[in-house]
Structures are given as structure tokens and as C-alpha cells.
Design a protein around this ligand. Sequence first.
Ligand code: UDP
Ligand code: MG
Length: 327
Amino acid sequence: MKKDVKKKKNITLYVVIPCYNEEAVLSETTKRLKEKLEKLIKQKVVSTDSRVMYVNDGSRDKTWELIEKIHKEEQLFTGLCLSRNRGHQNALLAGLMTAKNYADVVISMDADLQDDIDAIDEMIEKYNTGSDIVYGVRSARKEDTWFKRITAEGFYKFMSKMGVDIVYNHADYRLTSRRALNYLENYKEVNLFLRGMFPLIGFSSDVVYYERKQRFAGESKYPLKKMLSFAWDGITSFSIRPIKLVLTLGVVIFFISILILLYSFIVKLLGYTVPGWTFTICSIWIVAGLEMLSLGIIGEYIGKIYNEVKARPRYIIARNLNEEEEK
Ligand code: UDP
Ligand code: MG
């Protein structure tokens, strides 16, 4: 009970926005977010310490100058500048890890406001009723091109087939409590795929549905090539299923090779062969089968090394009644 009351107090919200060459959208984004944040402050949903934090990801245009200017003119806006371009996921992590020092909850979103900012209210509501992570989920992609829609949705399905636990149709529009972000800090991996990491943290979570809009200005920073490499990164950073497939293949080929071995001996005994045939066929299948099998076994060990190297936390404690009593 005590906890609920604590959570209902005026919370400090930080909205973290990675920006790469976004000079075309920043002033409009600032205008819309200012309105939104002022409204939330007026309604006493969030505190006056709440801010929008732009993270400049080594832009080559005037993005950083613009962020500095906005920060000077607008009290509710602040900025972070990375030393160089490190990519969307790294920029986002930099923003989240910095914002958690000032905020109770952090919402991440893109600079182009393709994600509906009116979903923020519902996200905060869900936080207030006890969720540590609230995922923004795209209910419709009417305005995406059919190509983007099919590739994106195929990606989510393929990921779950590969054993990666991600929220369907959720990108990086989400609310996270400071507590969850403190635990995110313990995930030391360098190949970041943030939307796969939050489900690993656990705690109670919820989803908020919204319609994804079109980018109102500027170009997408995720062309097909980047999207593919992001998807590939997601799979190889979270799943050792591809390695396990090699082992399965190895076992199957090994058994086929035994059958071929029997078959070629029978053919030889019946005398239907030319000299050398049995030997050639047997060597090909035995060697191929053993090779695939060994590769699979080596893969298993590499898979284990991969998991050890990640050094992810093995558990996170959500509540400890012993500690709560002391308070
Ligand atoms: N972004 C970034 N660094 C990069 C590429 C992109 O910080 O190297 C940011 C970009 O400014 C935007 C967000 O990541 O705020 C998502 O990019 P975009 O909207 O272009 O992707 P899309 O919505 O087309 O998938
Ligand atoms: Mg976008």
C-alpha cells in the first residue's frame, strides 16, 4: 500500500530523443513536445523538473547548434552531444543512462514524432498503476509503405521463431522506470538491441497501442541496408538457435551417411558397381557427416562462450520483503 501512494506523487519525466541529422524536424518536434509537456505539468501529471533531452548522435548538419539554441530559449529542453556518430541504439542508451540520474521515468522516442506523443498520458497512467516498463505498440501501419510493413512485420515473426523474446510491433517508443534503467546498466553487451533487452529485465510491464504516422520532414535514417543489418544484429545478439541448427543438420547428415554406407555395401555385394565407387561414396558421406557434426559440437561451445561473454545478470530481484519491513 505504502508503495502505491509513493508512486502517485508528481513524477519527473524525461523524454529522450536520439537525433542524427535531424535539423529539418527539430523545431516542429520541439513545438509539439513543448505543448505536450506543459500540459502534463499543468495537469500535475509530471513535475516541473521534467525535460526533453535531445541526444545528438554525431550529426553532420546543424542539429547540435539547434539543440543548443533550443536549450537556451526553452526551459524544458536539454541536450547531450556524443563525440561522434555511434548509431541509434548507442545514442539511445547514452540518453537513457544519463536521464535516469534526473528522472523517475524516461520515455524514449524518435525525433520525427512518427510515434503518437498522445500515448504518453496512457504510458504514465500505466506506470502509476505499477508497471515498470510500458511498451508502445503500433496498432496500425496504414501510412507505412507496403514494403516497410511486410519487411518489418516479417522481422518480428522471424525473431520470435529464432527464440528472441520481443514485443510484437514495438520499436523503441517506451516508458521505463528508473529502477528498470538501473538494471539495464548491468547488461554490458556492446552489440545493442535494446528492444530485446527490456523483456529480459522483467518486472511488470504493459503495452499502449498507437497509430504510427509518416515522417513529417527529413529522410529516414534507416534505409533497407541498415534495417537488414539491424535485424541480423538482433538475431545474432540474442539467439544461439542458428548454431543449434548446425548441430541438428550435423546429426541428420551423420545418420544419412550411415544409411548410404549400408546401401553402398549392399550394392557392392550384389556386384552392381564399378571399382572404386563404394570407397568414393563412403568417404564423401562419412567425412561430410563427421565434419558437420564436429562443427555443430564446436558451435555449441562457441554458443556457451557467447553467453558467458555477455555476462548478463542471472536474476533481478523485484521485491525483498525483508527490506520493505525495515522502512
Ligand atoms: N538515429 C540516430 N543515429 C543514427 C541513425 C538514426 O540517432 O545513426 C535516430 C534518428 O535521428 C531518429 C531515430 O534514430 O530519431 C530513428 O530514425 P528514423 O526515424 O530515420 O528511422 P525509421 O523511423 O525510418 O525506421
Ligand atoms: Mg522515423
